[in-house]
Every structure is written in C-alpha cells, then in structure tokens.
Design a protein around this ligand. Structure first.
Ligand code: FAD
Length: 464
C-alpha cells in the first residue's frame, strides 16, 4: 500500500542515529542551511531532533533517517519537472528531491543553448518527437503563467550550398510529419528574416523560440517547496539499496527511506543506475560544447536563431547562432570530449572519469570511426580562427574580433557498447524505482512532458 494513503499514525516512525547540530559542519540536518541546505518551507517527514542536546562545539556529523513517499535524485530540469508533477498527482504524498550542488539547474539545464525546439529533427513516432511537441506547448504555458522570459521568435535552418539541399528537404519532411509549422524559403525571403545570412535555401520554423531555462528551474523549485516538499541541496547520493518495502538512499552523513525512488542524474545517470544494483545499458560520455558571445555592437548580425543543416549521424554537431532571452547573441557549441563528467574547460580533468570514457569499448569504436570529425571539433576548440571559419559559413561578415569566449556546457551522451549514440529518451524501472537513463536535447524543451510521462509510469508501477 502506498504510504501516503495510510493514516499518518500508521506510518513507520523515523529512525535516527547520532543527533548533533553544528552550524559549521557540512552535514548538519537539524537547523543550519550550510551543508545540506534545506530549500523548503517545512521539515516534512524528517525526524525530529532527538533529546541529546547539541552544542556548537560538537563535531559529530548528524546522521538520521528521513522518510518520504517519493524521493527524486537530481535538481536539473527533468528532476524538478518530475517532482512537480508528482506533487500535483499525489497531493497527500511527501516528496524529497536531493541535488548534489548548492543550487538547482547547475549542469546541463542551466548551461544549454536556451532554445525551445519545435521537433524538426526527430524520428516521427519517437519519444523525442512526441514529447518535444507536447512539452513545447506545456513549457510555453508554464512560462506564460509564471512570467518567465520566453520568445517565440522563429528560426531558420540554412543550406549553404547544393550539397546540403537533399538533407534540408529530408528535415523539412520530418518536421512536417511531426506536425511542425514550417516552410521552405528562398534566398530572398531568408535575407528578409536574417539580412546577414549566406545560403541558397532554408526552412523557416516560426514556432521555434528561446527561453530562460535557469528561470524555469528556479520557479519549479519554488513551486515544489511552496507545496510543502523539500529540495535538499548539497546532497550527493552515494548509495542506494532496495528492500522489499522501501528503498534506502544514502548521502554523506544522511540516510533516507522512500517508498519510491526516481533518479534524473544527467551526466551521472549511468552511475545512479549502477549504484542501485542494476546494470546500465549504456555509458555516459561527456562532450563539452563551448560558446562565444557576439560583442553588443555586432549583435545585429543575427536577429533570432540561425542553424546549419545537421549531419544526421551527429545531429548535435554544427555551430549555430542563438539570441538569448538576456539579449546576448551566442555562437556555438562545438563538441569535444570533456576530461571530466563536469569538465567545463580543458583544465578541468578527473583522471577517473577520463579513464572510464577512453577505456569504454563504445567510445573506442565511436572514436575509431569518426576520428576526423573529432579532430575537427578539437581544432575548433583550440583555435578561435577555426571556430570563426565555421561560423562564417552562415554569416560571412562575422570576424574574430566580434567575439569573446563566454561559457560552456557538457552534454551527457549515452553510448552503447557498440559505439552507437543513444539518441532517444530512455528510462528503466526496477523494484520501487525508475531511472532516467538518457535525456538528451530537446529534454529541456520537453521537460514538463517528460516529467508527466514519468509520473504516469510511476503510477502504473504503484498499481501493480
Ligand atoms: C551545450 C548544450 C546545449 C543544449 N541546448 C538545448 C536547447 O537549446 N534546448 C533543449 O531543449 N535542450 C538543450 N540541451 C539539452 C538539455 O539541456 C538537457 O537534455 C537537459 O537539461 C537534461 O536535464 P537533466 O535534468 O536530465 O540533467 P541535468 O540538468 O544535468 O541535471 C542532472 C542533475 O542531477 C544532479 N546529480 C547527478 N548525480 C547526482 C547525485 N549522485 N546526487 C545528487 N544529485 C545528482 C546534478 O548535479 C544535476 O543537477 C542542451 C544541452 C547542452 C549540454
């Protein structure tokens, strides 16, 4: 029986271990917001402070068991959207979200291109296509209701020469099959939309847009806590054990018990699957994408969104121009192997992560087949002029002095052991748990619909 359906007095009493409180310590659970910060308006089902009085001098970390009906790992946009849907679907349930960083949306969800994708590229009938279409509408409604910045400004996908026309037409057909409002336009119309662009033909997608994804993450977190649930920051999950009646989740110094666990770990999604005792079907290999910012006086070179025709085998490759909701115009990203799961620069190296990537048979196969492409991406990462040359295919007037490096994001690329890229959304279920194993682009666009779909799955599992 689901715990939140039981009367409160029948619920198991929480277990607690070493009670202390020291506001200078990392693992304080009881009163301070320092180590494991509590972004909540209440303690929910966290056990009470035991009698043992606590002093500021006490150095023992607090360890106690907090229990909940649902526990979600990962405060990216997918974990937040899932938690929010759980809270709406099960209004009497207690829910905790654990995020290892000191704030939500610090990785892919806060470092992406900020685009609301329309569903042009994805295989008709795939989860990516269907969830992107529904998620886009849900996201726009959410932003409208919550006053979050977004703009349905439209985008163009540009064929720069004859060799790209067949692929452009294929994308147009896919987009049409996916129900996207789009049309093929000639050079004259293209120039009306984007006067500085070079190309011979394009697809205009008026329903594509831009949005403030970090703002969406923040608002979801606020809404979750406003409903009385907990978003616990600086809480890295390091252990998961599944029993017949509950799942135990461990962070350094804390222990949680939940009726149902959902993990949405982005760059660490495979590790969370492994922690729970299941075998991940793919490994996450991190690829860094670097961006340049166009200086304010040259921003008029791009009005909205200008994209190249993607290579169907590597749809995430190919630098593009993106107006952000902040008014900045960014160019990028490229894609190079990151030397750590969260390796946002060449200097950020974690030998363990790197060894794991390069020793993985899937990576070796991918690299062996595509070493030329890989070298090209590395060249564009290390040489600004090579990066600028790639941009000049779309806007010939752009110059190196118009650009300054700005930020980077790391993509969680799920790779199968045979070296193939896993490109659709993917989740696996286990006893009392569901793991989101792959949530690539457009998962930010689709996040609210992904969250709703995951909650449907959880509901089904609970009814079995
Ligand atoms: C460069 C780039 C550009 C992109 N552009 C777009 C775009 O324009 N539009 C679009 O729709 N999509 C885009 N995407 C894709 C999109 O951003 C991601 O698909 C989406 O953000 C994935 O969300 P997530 O919540 O699954 O992952 P994340 O945002 O990475 O969140 C996962 C969270 O889990 C936490 N976590 C991991 N392990 C643990 C643990 N053990 N304990 C506690 N917490 C843990 C992490 O700290 C992190 O906060 C882009 C991605 C990149 C990298």
């Amino acid at each position: 029986m689901r715990r939140f359906l039981r009367p409160i007095f029948l619920r198991p009493l929480p277990v607690f271990f070493t009670p202390t409180c020291d506001s200078s310590k990392q693992f304080c659970l009881i009163c301070c917001q320092k180590g494991s910060q509590l972004a909540s308006n209440g303690w929910g089902k966290l056990s009470r402070v035991p009698q043992n009085p606590v002093s500021d001098q006490d150095s023992t970390p607090v360890t106690e068991m907090a229990s909940s009906d649902f526990l979600v790992v990962g405060g990216g946009i997918v974990g937040l959207a899932t938690t929010w849907h759980l809270a709406n679907r099960f209004p009497d349930a207690t829910i905790q979200l654990l995020e290892k960083e000191p704030a939500v949306g610090q990785h892919q969800s806060g470092r992406n291109s900020g685009v609301i994708h329309s569903g042009m590229y994805y295989k008709p009938g795939s989860l990516r296509a269907t969830l992107c279409r529904a998620g886009k509408l849900a996201l726009e409604n959410f932003c409208r209701e919550e006053g979050i910045a977004f703009d349905i400004c439209g985008k163009i996908i540009v064929a720069v020469d004859e060799s790209e026309l067949a692929r452009l037409n294929n994308i147009f057909e896919r987009g049409t099959q996916n129900g996207v409002q789009c049309r093929l336009i000639d050079q004259a119309e293209m120039r009306q939309l984007e006067p500085h662009v070079a190309g011979i033909r394009a697809i205009h997608v008026p329903e594509a847009g831009i949005v403030d994804y970090p703002g969406v993450c923040q608002r979801l977190s606020q809404k979750i806590t406003a409903l009385g649930h907990q978003v616990r920051l600086t809480s890295q999950v390091v252990g998961i054990s599944s029993g017949e009646k509950s799942v135990q989740v461990i962070t350094p110094g804390e222990s949680y018990e939940t009726d149902f666990l959902v993990t949405c770990g982005g760059l660490h999604s495979d590790r969370l699957v492994a922690l729970s005792g299941m075998k991940p079907m793919a490994k996450v290999v991190p690829f860094r994408g670097e961006f340049y910012d166009i200086l304010p006086e040259f921003r008029s070179l791009c009005r909205n969104l200008i994209y190249p025709v993607p290579d169907p085998s590597f749809p995430f490759l190919g630098v593009h121009f993106t107006r952000m909701t902040s008014g900045h115009v960014e160019c990028g990203p490229n894609a190079v192997l990151a030397l750590a799961r969260e390796g946002y620069s060449w200097g950020k190296i974690r030998l363990g992560d790197l060894a794991e990537s390069i020793a993985y048979p899937g990576f070796l196969k991918l690299a062996g087949r595509n070493w030329r492409k890989g070298l090209g991406e590395m060249h564009r990462s290390l040489s600004k002029s090579a990066f600028v040359r790639a941009l000049q295919r779309l806007i010939p007037e752009i110059r190196s002095e118009h650009l300054k490096p700005c930020r980077s994001g790391v993509r969680a690329q799920a790779l199968a052991p045979d070296g193939s890229l896993i490109d659709d959304f993917l989740w696996v279920t286990g006893q009392r748990m569901l793991h989101v194993c792959n949530a690539p682009s457009p998962a930010a666009t689709a996040s609210l619909e992904i969250g709703r779909t995951i909650v449907d799955k959880v509901d089904e599992q609970l009814k079995q």
